[in-house]
Design a protein around this ligand. Structure first.
Ligand code: SF4
Ligand code: SF4
Length: 349
């Protein structure tokens, strides 16, 4: 009897397996586009599109599970009575090549969209998804997932986790949907041998030793529980922030949104949800133009403290997954590691 939890997939069988899975569901994986950007992209033909696992995707799964703009409901008015119609049912979707940090971000979104009341629009999509992660044998240049407890491999939360052993993948099922894939397409796989387990463990140890950034995330989180952030740090960082919104845009755990109604005609309209960002000056601007938040000092405070102080107190871990995207994108050098470094360098004590 084959163990359904962990199996070996020879690399020659990867594309045939994905081809089978792609017939049952929409397949999304990292693909390098004509401009050299690697983005999660829907794959319609595996013969013509090459999946790029060598570069960190610049996007996460956020745009798929929480689109930049989406319709929450269509409403109609009849003699003063409102009727709300939810969006159509979502199609099953398989995400392949997802890094550990991005799966951790999805687990965070699951948490915040389940309380205080369950976000049915989000979970309509989420419940139709199977996430196949790829454990990182070598972190990308700006990654620090080990410091946030989000990688390089994961113990839970994935549908399937792939670990690259060279000519084969060590595949673990973490959820029922993943185990169903192993069961249904078992002939693509073989059983795990002792040598596979040894190589996997060795690769895990080596991966942990390859991180080049020493980011003291937990130390910063603990300091922030007890001490306020000195104004000088906030001023220093805020003076270099240009309000472009890039950090919140690429961050897989920045999930602020606003809700607006779009009137279509006198009897109907759409209720829309759109991404917003606490780093944006418009986030707190009130009718009439008054803004109670002093942008020079507090533009970034909310974002950093939400992730490192408030969520650490609420959930026991920060809501930064160490993906490093805010480091890549910020032209002012105002990324979360800069803030952590300043906090832990003795300026908060
Ligand atoms: S911190 Fe950097 S990326 Fe974020 S809004 Fe400011 S300038 Fe843009
Ligand atoms: S704060 Fe930066 S490093 Fe942390 S999850 Fe967001 S984009 Fe990634």
């Amino acid at each position: 009897m084959i163990d359904l939890k962990e199996l070996i997939l020879p690399k020659d069988n990867l594309i045939p397996l994905l081809r089978k899975l792609g017939k049952e569901a929409r397949l999304i994986a990292p693909v390098k586009n004509d401009y050299g950007d690697t983005l999660f992209t829907e794959i319609s033909d595996l013969d013509t599109v090459k999946i790029d696992l060598d570069n960190q995707p610049q996007s996460s799964l956020k745009p798929f599970l929480l689109p930049q703009q989406e319709t929450l409901a269509r409403y109609s008015i009849d003699h003063g009575e409102y009727t709300f119609t939810p969006p159509e049912t979502e199609q099953p979707t398989i995400y392949y090549g997802v890094r550990s940090c991005d799966l951790t971000a999805v687990l965070y979104m699951d948490l915040i969209f389940s309380k205080p009341s369950r976000d049915t629009t989000y979970f309509a999509r989420r419940n139709q998804s199977l996430i196949i992660t790829l454990g990182c044998n070598a972190p990308f240049a700006n990654c620090f997932c080990e410091a946030t407890g989000s990688g390089p491999y994961l113990d839970f939360g994935y549908g399937l986790q792939f670990i690259d052993l060279g000519d084969r993948y060590y595949v673990s099922a973490g959820r029922r949907k993943g185990a169903d894939v192993l069961e249904k397409w078992g002939y693509f796989f073989r059983e795990v041998q002792e040598e596979d387990e040894e190589i996997r463990y060795q690769l895990f140890l080596e991966a942990r030793g390859k991180f080049t950034r020493n980011v003291q995330v937990n130390h910063a989180c603990r300091l922030l529980q007890k001490h306020p952030v000195p104004e000088i740090i906030l001023e220093k960082l805020s003076s270099r922030c240009y309000d472009c919104g890039g950090c919140a845009y690429v961050c897989p755990t920045c999930t602020c949104f606003s809700v607006d109604d779009m009137i279509l005609d006198e009897t109907q309209g759409l209720r829309l949800r759109s991404w917003d960002a606490c780093t944006s000056s418009g986030f707190t601007r009130m009718a009439g133009g008054h803004n109670p938040v002093d942008r020079r000092r507090h533009a970034l405070k909310r974002r950093f403290l939400h992730k490192l102080k408030d969520d650490f107190a609420r959930h026991g871990k920060p809501s930064c997954t160490g993906c490093g995207r805010c480091i890549d994108i910020c032209f002012g050098g105002v990324d979360i590691t800069t803030f952590i470094d300043l906090v832990t360098a003795g300026e908060v004590s």
